[in-house]
Design a protein around this ligand. Structure first.
Ligand SMILES: [Zn+2]
Length: 375
């Protein structure tokens, strides 16, 4: 699946590959890009504002921080020409995207537009996860081979997104795939992607040749695709790869406006890179499973660097996402040992013959996004 030269340098970055937090850039008349800092490994997020006749629409809102609030106030004062915020569109439920939706909604009496799946998942996560039964989550990580120390820390720190998000607005407008917003006289089509989150909203304007891609397509990092304890038998990587293939039907000439890194051109190239990246990891895992192994034992097949305790939960989620897709494809089987641990074993004897012949995990791979999003 790999291209001969997967080099992401072939993507075109009109604004360069870095931009300082707090910067506001006019992408086109009526389309603003607002860069904000995040206090985590993934240290920034891109938010956008679209001008309409009566006011501005905000696309993604930022993490709940005083700094985020201050930047939105400054952007409104200096760039909105005296117009209010008239609506918010949130791509998905993660806290760096919906964190300030509640505040913006109150500040400007601006309604929220989101897909059904994302609104309700955001609502559930934002109420925290500290007071319900935990046994399913503990069991999920124990079966994956996680050490007792990890499980104990997980038991103590699980808390959902509470603290990272303002309480979500009590009401929302449901958005479906294929619906169209008309903003500032331009048509913006809703394109739903899956896998990183359940029903992620992107916005495409064919006439402006712009795609607001949120976390679904990012140029330098790979969106986190994880099986989470909340749905332990999920298969999000199948959804993600299916979305990547469907996005190949979108026009290649768009300028992609992602939530992380910087705007770029080369949508189809990036989609093919992401597909190849995951297919390479699937192949590497299939080889690693020649020896029946737990998800924890399989992590070195996907991650060349050492992971700290905080990262192991997300890394296990990514690894299990790949394993579930291999199970669904009938490439491996899942065994349960005497301790109840899941071990995965390759079914195709031909894998042994090809083993080691292809350098599956490329050294120049962008690291998977272990981006500080809580489990
Ligand atoms: Zn996200």
């Amino acid at each position: 699946m790999s291209e001969a030269n997967p080099g992401r340098q072939a993507l075109d970055y009109p604004w360069g590959a870095r931009q300082e937090p707090g910067t506001v850039v006019t992408i086109q008349p009526g389309v603003l890009w607002v860069r904000m800092a995040l206090p985590m490994t993934l240290d920034h997020i891109n938010l956008y504002a679209l001008e309409d006749a009566a006011g501005w629409w905000i696309f993604d809102t930022g993490l709940r921080l005083d700094a985020t609030r201050e930047i939105w106030e400054r952007v409104a004062a200096e760039h909105f020409g005296g117009k209010p915020v008239v609506g918010m569109i949130c791509s998905h439920c993660h806290p760096d995207h919906v964190g300030m939706a509640g505040w913006i909604s109150e500040r400007w009496q601006a309604p929220l537009w989101m897909t059904h799946g994302e609104y309700y998942m955001g609502l559930a996560f934002s109420h925290g996860g500290g007071d319900g039964p935990l046994w399913e989550a503990i069991e999920f990580y124990r079966r994956a081979g996680a050490a007792t120390g990890f499980l104990e820390r997980f038991r103590q720190r699980t808390r959902g997104f509470a603290g990272l998000v303002e309480p979500l607005p009590r009401a929302f407008h449901r958005v479906r795939d294929g619906e169209v917003f008309t903003i500032g006289g331009s048509r913006w089509e809703v394109v739903v992607g899956r896998g990183h989150s359940p029903e992620h909203l992107c916005l495409l304007s064919r006439e402006r040749a712009l795609l607001l891609s949120g976390d679904q397509v990012i140029p330098l990092i790979t969106p986190n695709v994880s099986v989470l304890a909340i749905e332990p038998e999920g298969n999000p990587l199948a959804d993600f790869l299916d979305s990547m293939r469907r996005f190949l039907d979108l026009p290649d000439e768009v300028l992609v406006l992602p939530a992380h890194n910087t705007p770029f051109r080369g949508l189809h190239r990036r989609l093919r890179q992401l597909i190849a990246h995951h297919e390479d990891h699937l192949a590497a895992l299939e080889e690693a499973c020649l020896q029946p192994s737990t998800a924890l034992e399989l992590l070195p097949a996907l991650f060349k660097r050492t992971l700290d305790t905080e990262q192991i939960g997300l890394a296990l989620g990514e690894c299990i996402a790949h394993l579930h897709l291999l199970l669904a494809r009938g490439r491996i089987e899942r065994l349960v040992d005497a301790d109840g641990l899941y071990r995965y074993r390759t079914l195709d004897p031909a894998v042994a013959e090809r083993a080691g012949s292809v350098p599956h995990v490329r050294d120049d791979d962008p690291v998977m996004a272990i981006d500080g999003e809580p489990i």
